[in-house]
Design a protein around this ligand. Structure first.
Ligand code: PLP
Length: 390
């Protein structure tokens, strides 16, 4: 298969391009400024100030104080650190409450905790992926140590009522964690005004590099480090800092803060044009998720009676990158756990494609996808026995 001339990248919930400004900010820390921030000498010590500057940039994006930000290696580590801390500091409580549509970073941690004797309750969702808040209220009780519900879903883009859930957790004496890996930089946040105890984020979803993330821990909330050893991050996360990536994450946060409103409006316009035109021009399609409460950059569209993987392969020949379900489930033939939790019929769940956009997409790219996609769907349906019998 020949390599397409250019890449039309619409898989930004899987990972994003490093912003050129981010790369430039990182460069000195990969070349001349290689000192260890913990060193006593000036050459190393000067680097520490840049980590603190990045912490301030990150805090500004979150509407938090710099002392509430701990740098980590990724979103998965932040999720684990928050949940482990909550459980180990509330030894009398034995229960974790999470939604059925969490990322595997939380869901599989829940399964592991179950094997270690904890109880895990999974909050169900309806056909649009909306959380069953009545069931959530029943599940969160005085045995619950921590409630963990994502701010936004990576597959559908659905946004969850984290403010309400944190109140519910606190009413029952539990802590509240949110995996905001997909939300940070895409929705405005002011954590000072909310009672969220822990929030996880990841650099590579935000135009910073892979392998860096952060955990927000609200002032006054007790925290037990997940990784112990050195004194780094004020003793809350040991290990020599990934300085260049932390500086890059700070720059990415600064860019997101500066352009959030205009960028989300722009990206939302592109997404809406793509989604609306597909719905109008391709038969037997449905949008999965809650159009009322959704990230502006994401659309999850089911093309009924065909396989998502086949659609992806044909789109790939034109250089179009999208995803079927979450990146982590690609390669397995099972429909994603998110679409299954929503009760999407198999014939639709198998043909689900997620397009996730970023500031670097253009209307020309949307038009290109709208030109290539309908014939791809028609071609696959011609050879689909399910389509013929539908
Ligand atoms: N949580 C969500 C919602 C995600 O989408 C992802 C990545 O896809 C993660 C957690 C994991 O983040 P990381 O890749 O930084 O470990």
């Amino acid at each position: 298969m020949s390599t397409p001339e250019k890449v039309i990248y619409m898989d930004n919930n899987a990972t994003t391009a490093v912003a050129p400004e981010v790369f430039e900010a990182m460069r000195p820390f990969l070349t001349e400024l290689y000192g260890n921030p913990s060193s006593i000498h000036h050459f190393g010590g000067q680097v520490a100030a840049h980590i603190e500057a990045a912490r301030e940039q990150m805090a500004a994006l979150l509407g938090a104080a710099p002392t509430e930000v701990i740098f980590t290696s990724c979103g998965t580590e932040s999720d684990s650190a928050a949940i482990h801390s909550a459980l180990s500091l509330c030894p009398k409580r034995n229960k974790l409450v999470v939604s059925k549509v969490e990322h595997p970073a939380v869901l599989n941690l829940g399964k592991d905790l179950e094997r270690r004797g904890y109880r895990v309750s999974l909050i169900p969702v309806d056909g649009k992926g909306r959380l069953d808040m009545e069931r959530a209220a029943e599940m969160i009780d005085d045995d619950t140590a921590v409630v963990s519900v994502m701010w936004a879903n990576n597959e559908t883009g659905n946004i969850y009522p984290v403010a309400e859930l944190s109140e519910l957790a606190h009413k029952n004496g539990a802590l509240f964690h949110t995996d905001a890996v997909q939300a940070v930089g895409k929705v405005p946040m002011n954590l000072d005004d909310l009672s969220i105890d822990f929030l996880s984020l990841s650099g590579h979803k935000l135009h910073a590099p892979k392998g860096v993330g952060a955990l927000y821990v609200k002032r006054g909330v007790r925290f037990r480090p997940f990784i112990v050893g050195g004194h780094q991050e004020s003793g809350r996360r040991a290990g020599t800092e990934n300085v260049a990536s932390i500086v890059g994450l700070g720059k990415a946060a600064e860019l997101a803060s500066a352009h959030l409103a205009e960028e989300t409006a722009f990206v939302g316009k592109l997404r809406d044009k793509l989604e609306k035109t597909v719905l109008e021009t391709v038969p037997s399609v449905r949008v999965n998720g809650d159009p009322e409460h959704r990230l502006p950059n994401t659309t999850n569209i089911s093309f009924e009676y065909i396989e998502g993987e086949s659609i992806l392969m044909l789109l790939d020949m034109f250089g179009i990158c999208a995803s079927s379900g979450s990146a982590c489930t690609t390669g397995s033939l099972e429909p994603s756990h998110v679409l299954r939790a929503m009760g999407i019929p198999y014939t639709a769940a198998h043909g689900a494609i997620r397009f996730s956009l970023s500031r670097y997409n253009t209307m020309q790219e949307i038009d290109f996808v709208l030109e290539k996609l309908p014939p791809v769907i028609a071609r696959l349906r011609e050879i689909s026995p399910y389509w013929k019998n539908s």
